[in-house]
Design a protein around this ligand. Structure first.
Ligand code: NAD
Length: 467
């Protein structure tokens, strides 16, 4: 994806880049355009800080709890800045800040378990867990704070230090978060760097980094894995999704329509685990299209700082162009619009919430990730056909099944090839659960204790039994 515009002093390299408010399309601030060469010093410092940070688990717990408190204290400033640069409604930014603090608190109290192996041999074998060293985190623009916390909370709790790079579309709230946390964490335990590419590429390939944890698109994930291969750093990749919602023939459309709508449109559809395709029994197709289109027409779209707004703008100009292009392609392929289908007049990156019907199954809005406020609703004739279609893309992040008979719905959910499947919900996550995509949607496991162990390595000590 294109990156933001550089601001340079004539005759010198760019020193900053513009940050745009997606509700206006206007630049409202700048962030430092750090250069790849600056990472050497940052990573040496992270390496030095690691020795103290890894040594004292009780001090880490206390520091991470203090970090959670500090995030809450700065909550209003963080949320406003987040809405300004990301576009989401202020209430959703406040919820994101709350989830950031909750994640810190959850991992502050999580410790790895030392285990003994008892396999009958005359030795004591004990598995202990060691941190890895400086970890690099690279995150996208859709949930900048919450996804950053999903990286730094487990990594720091495990005793690693971290260099964190936000997306150049949303560097400001993360930069503020970095300074809030710097006041309560030891120096250089968490460093936020901002800049345009190739800063991320250099961070992923830097020989001082022992684990690269990345969230973003599939193509960039592949580039990150290739970059990290040089130093054989561990790689965790949380990548794109194209989640299907499969409605069963006993579904109560009135009852689920709101939940289904928001599962697709929350954060303007810019959620890795949004519902991105809906499969409906042919008999119910018109009713479901109508229920979703009604909601799409009625929802309040506007700037995130307006308290009436439920749906903000698309985050950035290249993503808006992508949403527009994938919709136009669907229309050219024969789809029809049940609501929306176009940009909204006026300033900012607004796109009318769009429900598409009659979409050919091969159209990119079905086979690829639209990552925006556009939803195709597809009819099916047999359940096998629906399950095959749901499983028929390269993605495998999440999926959901909607119906009244919960046992039957669960049996269908069990057939979905993805990391998490919900019944009558979508994208509801607990801090304590594993989070892992299959196929192109990811490598490695984040979330819960699995996220902690993903930032540790086993260290085994053998010693002979006494006597
Ligand atoms: P992106 O892949 O374009 O960028 C992600 C991050 O990588 C940004 O910080 C970007 O600056 C950086 N980057 C770009 N090129 C790089 C390179 N060559 N080397 C290293 N870093 C590089 O993704 P995006 O457009 O910011 O975010 C949207 C994507 O993220 C969607 O595909 C979405 O599904 C995915 N996502 C996945 C999850 C998940 O948990 N699975 C969560 C949120 C978003």
């Amino acid at each position: 994806m294109q990156t933001p515009e550089a601001r340079s002093v004539p005759g010198r390299r760019a020193v900053s880049f513009s940050v745009v408010d997606p509700a206006t399309g206007e630049t409202f601030d700048e962030a430092s355009d750090q250069q790849p060469g600056e990472l050497d010093d940052v990573i040496v410092r992270a390496q030095r800080a690691w020795h103290g940070w890894r040594a004292d688990p009780a001090a880490r717990t206390a520091a991470l709890r203090a970090a959670a408190d500090a995030v809450e204290t700065a909550g209003d400033d963080l949320a406003r800045l987040l809405t300004r640069e990301q576009g989401k409604p202020l209430a959703e930014s406040c919820a994101e800040v709350a989830r950031t603090a909750a994640r810190l608190r959850y991992f502050a109290d999580l410790a790895p378990r030392t285990r003994r192996i008892d396999d009958g041999r005359p030795v004591h074998s004990e598995i202990r867990w060691r941190p890895l060293g400086p970890v690099a985190a690279i995150v996208p623009w859709n949930f900048p704070l919450q996804l950053a916390a999903a990286k730094f909370a487990p990594a720091l709790a495990a005793g690693n230090t971290m260099v964190l790079k936000p997306s150049p579309f949303t560097p400001l709230a993360t930069r503020l978060l970095g300074s809030v946390l710097a006041a309560v964490l030891p120096e250089d335990v968490l460093t936020v760097v901002t800049g345009r590419e190739p800063l991320g590429a250099r961070l992923a390939s830097h020989p001082g980094i022992r684990h690269v944890t990345f969230t973003g698109s599939v193509p960039t994930g592949r580039a990150v894995a290739a970059a990290a291969a040089g130093s054989l750093a561990r790689v965790t990749l949380e990548l794109g999704g194209n989640d299907a919602a499969v409605l069963l023939d006993d579904v109560d459309v009135d009852r689920i329509a709101d939940r289904l709508f928001w599962a697709a449109f929350r954060n303007c559809g810019q959620v890795c685990m949004a519902v991105k395709r809906v499969y409906v029994p042919a008999r119910l197709h018109a009713e479901v299209v109508e229920a979703l289109a009604q909601r799409a027409k009625a929802v309040a779209v506007g700037p995130g700082l307006d308290p009436e707004t439920r749906l903000g703008p698309v985050n950035n100009a290249p993503q808006l162009a992508r949403v527009e292009q994938i919709t136009e392609q669907a229309l050219a392929d024969g789809a029809r619009v049940a609501s929306g289908g176009h940009r909204l007049d006026g300033p900012g990156y607004f796109f009318a919430p769009t429900i598409l019907t009659d979409v050919p199954p091969g159209s990119p809005v079905v086979t690829e990730e639209q990552f925006g406020p556009v939803l195709p609703v597809l009819p099916y004739r047999s359940l096998d056909e629906a399950v095959d279609a749901a499983n028929g893309t390269g993605f495998g992040l999440g999926g959901s099944v909607w119906g009244t008979d919960l046992d039957r719905a669960e049996a269908v959910a069990d057939r979905l090839e993805c990391g998490t499947a919900w019944i009558n919900h979508h994208a509801e996550l607990s801090l304590a659960q594993p989070f892992a995509g299959v196929k192109d949607s990811g490598v490695g496991v984040a979330g819960g204790p699995w996220g902690l162990y993903g930032n540790l390595r086993p260290f085994v000590v053998h010693r002979p039994q006494e006597g």
